[in-house]
Ligand binder design. Sequence first.
Ligand SMILES: Nc1ncnc2c1ncn2[C@@H]1O[C@H](COP(=O)(O)OP(=O)(O)OP(=O)(O)O)[C@@H](O)[C@H]1O
Ligand SMILES: [Mg+2]
Length: 223
Amino acid sequence: MAPLYQLNSIRKRYGDREALVIDRLTVHEGRCSTLTGPNGSGKSTLLQILAFLIPPTSGELFFCGEPVAWQNSLLLRLRHEVTLLHQDPYLFTTSVRANIAFGLKARGISGAEQHRRVDEALEAVQLSGFQKRKARELSGGEAQRVAMARALALRPKVLLLDEPLANVDRKSAELLEELIVSLPARGTSVIIVTHDSEQSQRFGSDRIHLVAGRLAVPSHSVR
Ligand SMILES: Nc1ncnc2c1ncn2[C@@H]1O[C@H](COP(=O)(O)OP(=O)(O)OP(=O)(O)O)[C@@H](O)[C@H]1O
Ligand SMILES: [Mg+2]
């Protein structure tokens, strides 16, 4: 079976700054991989490339064995398979339900199925009863959990999580961690950015560690 992602000689430059230089990286399907590294090491840049949101400056990216051509028709199809939960997720001014339903609508999921998926996703992040709340009036941690629910509701093939637990209190973080670890068995491979080395060990053995945009061996402390 082809790996989920294969990267060959991927580079990303912003102006004259080289943000990412990856000679070779394989990410396997059905795993929960962690992505660690200091601030500015290229984690978010890598996730945005893996989400097909920004093209690399050069190099080859394969998704499930298919070469990724950075052309709109292919990208639209691929983006439906991969969901990125941003470091600072943006919520619309509408209700929590409308926020979570937005992506479902775009995928043609409506009516009772849409309703059910929104309710299930909110239950999974322990925010049952928040459907009618205004998303912009939530606390930071609540907003992060709603953004997580929005990503979960889509049931993507790949979920890319950019520090999803940063503002979440310990009890909710433990709960979300359990949920995240259970996703590969339910058909969603996960790549998660974390600054917490103990947490990264709990997520499994597949680790991607970046230092100044390059793959490196993780040290004991990943901060
Ligand atoms: N849109 C951009 N334009 C110019 N430079 C950028 C852009 N995005 C990121 N960079 C730079 O690229 C490098 C990698 O940034 P990136 O956001 O990927 O790091 P990170 O590992 O996610 O950091 P953090 O832990 O702080 O979130 C940094 O030096 C950053 O300043
Ligand atoms: Mg980042």
